[in-house]
Design a protein around this ligand. Sequence first.
Ligand SMILES: [Zn+2]
Length: 472
Amino acid sequence: MAQPASGRPVVFRNGIVLTMDDRHTVLPKGDVLVVDGRIAAIGPELAAPDGALEIDAAGGILMPGMVDTHRHMWQTAMRAYGADWTLTQYFVWYYLQYGKLFRPEDYAAGNLISALDAIESGVTTSVDWSHGLRTPDHGWAAYEALASSPGRYVFAYGNIHEAPWEWTADPEVRRILETSRDDERMFGTQVAFDVSDQDAAFPELDAYRAAKELGLRVTTHAGVWGATNDWGIRNAYEAGVMEEGFTYVHAASLSAESYQKIAATGGNVSLATESEDTCGQGYPPIHQLRRYGITASLSVDTSVWMSADLFSAMRATVNADRALEHYLAHQLEPAETVTHVKLRVEDVVHMATRGGAQAIGKDDEIGSLEAGKLGDVVLLKNEDSPTWAPLINPYGQVVYQAQRGDVHTVLVGGEVVKSEGKVVAGDLPGVRAKLDTTVAYLEREIGDDWIAGQFPEIPEAEVLYNPYQYKK
Ligand SMILES: [Zn+2]
């Protein structure tokens, strides 16, 4: 499980290669060579430089590192805590009751574990939707945690505890944004806020202007049932501040007009399908994005509820779209039968790779295995697992059969960060120790509510009267 010396060329041999390029090239048996941090060549039996690390990919699948466009990394410090929550319970907990308890070091601990979690599952680029930055000290701590972690991170700065037109005006916040923007260790910087007021005066306009002044993109939760809806899109559109490359997260409960405005301005949507399935933002809008021609990427949202890997996201997305398609056909008068599904497994692999790269404006650098792109490569292979035999349809294998334990090797910029199934970058024991401190602190501060918060009351369910009584 040697991590090769930094800068050593790496060649993967004899894998099925899902390039995710524009021609949909799949090599049934091919090599991928990474030299000086970039993909040098893809093809059969490549010549590799002397001293290259050879990795046997036979029986496995090579694909680009995956891209997650919306992950609240700080909340990984409370992994699985809110698995039975609704969006309402989430808002009450983080926004009203306990989100402010997070100290800069707790915030950083969440980011650090989330970063290792991401690369472990083959996600090499994540947009950290960092919306609990209630002081600049939190901002610096969050940023430093990302910059020092293995993997690529886009720091999307946000603060749910203050109005966006307030915190974006803070000179110290602007200094953090500028520092992150100009830091080569970062893969991008964005401004993250929601338009949650139905105020015709549109005070959020100042936050859009701040992003523009700083040369940064905006990412915003839009189309979240009961929280952000059409008025936010309407205000932004009328003010002319919806720009190409802005990301609309969820976009699950919007009108046709809003989808058209997103499409017309070159916006993209981050689907967090596991989240939309369970929290209540609205039905996952895959069918709407298809209808209006909007670029889709995938995201995991938050591990306080859901899984933190894009295998689950891809599967949830296919399932949600196909379930709706069948259901709607069955409700028609007369009922119809869907004989051919619209959304294909290749489409969701595309969303998890190219879609994400396009969403953050980095399609020329990541998202596909093509010569010249950054050396972010994932090898899926698990010889000990019966799930890997036979290996017939690689897209089907990735979406419906594979899981994070099958991620054998991960390269970020040619550096091995996961090898033979184990994360070999970062400091997992050190991060675990930080998390222990954070969880003990939260438990102490919150008291009895710590347990109660995990087990919301269950509404009464009535079992219907059944006229059939089966008697022997
Ligand atoms: Zn979110």
